[in-house]
Design a protein around this ligand. Structure first.
Ligand code: DX5
Ligand code: ZN
Length: 223
């Protein structure tokens, strides 16, 4: 099994000091930085777009980390080039937002970025069957997308297990990422089910402890 990577979601960061917060996460050893893009249509919230991605790119690049962009938007194919130009290393799109998913995955690859697919909690894994061989990342949403700070949906653990089996069955080395409600007290369950990239927002960027202490708590719980 691959080493487990952390992908702190900047959705929970203090946007007034975004660069600093990303530097804290990178200094603490975060391998990926997760960028949640929301359009107010696919999900009921609006967050950030390509200009912000371009501004944070140098921080992530100089640390040798991966910019992990999660598009929660309608018509994702229309924005793939803009996010790739802004510095996205991985671009993940929702199955529910892309009727021509294969074309969108091709468009992502044409930019040189890696391609990811994701699905909402109520969307079955069978919708991924045909596209799995073509992607470098699969993201299981363990909350309904739109907001940080929600509770982990317990049924996600079995879904992760079943996806792990599907990936293993085709010999895929794609990242199996999980996003939503993950904390030091449930991350071991998520990893045991087969996840190898963990997204965490409110459990990493909060006022309770430093980013470094929160990341250390995740590593201790995974070890
Ligand atoms: C939800 C986003 C998540 C979210 C995770 O729509 O995709 O990345 O920020 O936040 P927490 O870890 O607070 O659930
Ligand atoms: Zn996300």
């Amino acid at each position: 099994m691959k080493q487990v990577k952390l992908s702190p979601s900047i959705l929970a960061a203090d946007f007034a000091r975004l660069g600093e917060q990303i530097e804290e996460a990178l200094a603490a050893g975060a391998e990926y930085i997760h960028v949640d893009v929301m359009d107010g249509h696919f999900v009921p919230n609006i967050t950030i777009g390509p200009p912000v991605v371009a501004k944070i790119r140098p921080f992530i690049q100089s640390a040798g980390a991966v910019m992990d962009v999660h598009l929660m938007i309608e018509n994702p194919g229309d924005y793939v080039a803009a996010f790739a130009d802004a510095g996205a290393d991985i671009i993940t799109v929702h199955v529910e937002a892309a009727p021509h998913l294969h074309r969108v995955i091709q468009a992502i690859h044409e930019t040189g970025a890696k391609a990811g697919v994701t699905l909402n909690p109520a969307t079955p894994l069978v919708t991924l069957e045909e596209i799995l061989p073509d992607v470098e990342l699969v993201l299981i949403m363990s909350v309904n997308p739109g907001f940080g700070g929600q509770s982990y949906i317990p049924a996600s653990t079995d879904k992760i297990r079943r996806l792990r089996a599907m990936l293993d069955a085709i010999g895929s080395t794609a990242d199996l990422e999980v996003d939503g409600g993950i904390k030091p007290d449930n991350v071991a369950e998520v990893v045991a089910a087969g996840a190898d990239v963990i997204v965490a927002g409110s459990a990493i960027f909060n006022r309770k402890q430093s980013v470094a202490a929160n990341i250390a708590a995740f590593r201790a719980a995974i070890a």
